[in-house]
Design a binder for this molecule. Structure first.
Ligand code: HEC
Length: 103
């Protein structure tokens, strides 16, 4: 009986450990694709405010121009969760990062 329980735990651990946490589709759903990101000044300006307030709680403002927007999207997906941004704020920070990112 003990063996069965041990086997069950081993299998369960394997299943949990091997399920990817952040799938690419999570990024897709959270951070707008380059073709859908907002480019109006109002949204970009609002994003700049978020970048210098919510995004500086843990580190100084990052230099977004070191990478392209597509390269930054997965990082952004995890950062907006850390900063606990809502949907509108995610649109805004994405627009700002997009405006600064390497072209
Ligand atoms: C709860 C803490 C926390 C918050 C809030 C946070 N970050 Fe981060 N961020 C980190 C940590 C930890 C790292 C990894 C160490 C580092 O690069 O400073 C990081 C790294 C980064 C990087 C660099 C990744 C790389 O590969 O060099 C970027 C860009 C970034 N954050 C952007 C943001 C943006 C944009 C926001 C606001 C939406 C944000 N962060 C909010 C903790 C946070």
């Amino acid at each position: 009986m003990k063996k069965v329980a041990a086997l069950f735990i081993a299998v369960a651990t394997f299943v949990v450990a091997c399920t990817p946490k952040a799938s690419p589709s999570a990024t897709e759903a959270l951070i707008p694709a380059e073709s859908r990101v907002k480019t109006d000044k109002t949204t970009i300006d609002a994003g700049q405010v978020i970048s210098s307030t919510s995004c500086t709680k843990c580190h100084r403002e990052k230099d977004y121009s070191r990478a392209t927007y597509d390269e930054l999207r997965p990082v952004l997906a995890s950062m907006v969760k850390k900063a606990k941004l809502d949907e509108k704020e995610i649109q805004q920070i994405s627009a700002y990062v997009h405006s600064k990112a390497k072209k």
